[in-house]
Design a protein around this ligand. Structure first.
Ligand code: AMP
Length: 285
């Protein structure tokens, strides 16, 4: 039965106890509204670690002033049941004042890889993510922490943070879990109308177009980006935020697909902004 933990002190006590027994700790940070994508991270954590801790915390510092912090879905009862269904050991569910008490004011700012893609559209987002993940790592002290490729830039930012700050935690990236029709699972899919939900299929479809182009030997990054953009813009409800390709995992500018590359897209359907991505590999000759 998963323990529910609400304070930093109790969380520390739990992991200290586990460590004394020589157990490894796996950690899955989430903002709740759990779906099969989150569960995949937990299952991977169960496979690789003795004790699995999931955090459910809608982190205010990673939302911009006009974003959906207040509207973000909060489904605690279902989330707890989901964690228990996969055998999670502890669910860390702190109130906001526990992580951000009066007088709090220290930030973690990761340089270099945060000024593009979602970092460009959401300028304060990764500072909030890096800060809360640092705090959570300090509290939970995981050996391994599990994050989804769904937020590929987040994985890149956090791996850099761990390297730059000499943290001991290993970041494990888990592949994207999709609906049967290809839409990447996301807590924000709940905001979509039926029409928008249908239109949003263009994300995965446009990534597949790019995948096929790369597989058949196309190496021109501009041509691949243009094809993806055209594909998405053919859907009238889709409002493109960005379509970008950078080297993976460095996020450097590239003109030719001669190494692994991240094709990432962000598209708005009404006021709902969805992201998706794929890692393109050059055709081996
Ligand atoms: P969130 O609750 O949206 O902050 O997500 C928590 C974790 O779940 C992050 O590491 C996400 O990348 C991951 N995640 C979200 N959606 C998916 C998905 N469809 N497939 C795999 N991982 C996901």
């Amino acid at each position: 039965m998963a323990r529910i933990v609400e304070s930093v002190t109790a969380m520390r006590a739990l992991v200290t106890e586990a460590r004394k027994k020589g157990k490894s700790i796996g950690f899955v940070p989430t903002m709740g509204a759990l779906h099969a994508g989150h569960l995949e991270l937990m299952k991977e954590a169960k496979k690789l670690c003795d004790v699995v801790v999931v955090s459910i915390f809608v982190n205010p510092t990673q939302f911009g002033p006009n974003e959906d912090f207040d509207a973000y879905p909060r489904t605690w009862d279902e989330d707890l049941a989901a964690c228990r269904s996969v055998g999670v050991d502890a669910v860390f569910h702190p109130p906001a004042r526990e992580l951000y008490p009066d007088g709090w004011g220290t930030w973690v700012d990761v340089g270099g890889v945060t000024d593009k893609l979602c970092g460009k559209s959401r300028p304060t987002h990764f500072r909030g993510v890096a800060t809360v993940v640092t705090k959570l790592f300090n509290i939970v002290q995981p050996d391994k922490a599990f994050f989804g490729q769904k937020d590929a830039q987040q994985v890149i930012v956090l791996k850099k943070m761990v390297r730059d700050l000499d943290m001991f935690n290993e970041i494990v990236m888990v592949p994207i879990v999709r609906e049967a029709d290809g839409l990447a699972k996301s807590s924000r899919n709940a905001y979509l109308s039926q029409e928008q939900r249908q239109a949003a299929l263009v994300l995965n479809q446009s990534l597949s177009t790019a995948f096929d182009m790369a597989a058949s030997g196309e190496r021109d990054i501009t041509a691949i980006k243009a094809a993806v953009l055209r594909h998405i813009q053919s859907v009238s409800l889709a409002n493109v935020d960005y379509v970008e390709i950078y080297s993976f995992p460095d996020l450097a500018e590239i003109d030719i697909l001669d190494q692994d590359a991240l094709l990432a897209v962000a598209v708005k359907f009404g006021s709902t902004r969805l992201i998706d991505n794929i890692i393109l590999t050059p055709k081996r000759t």
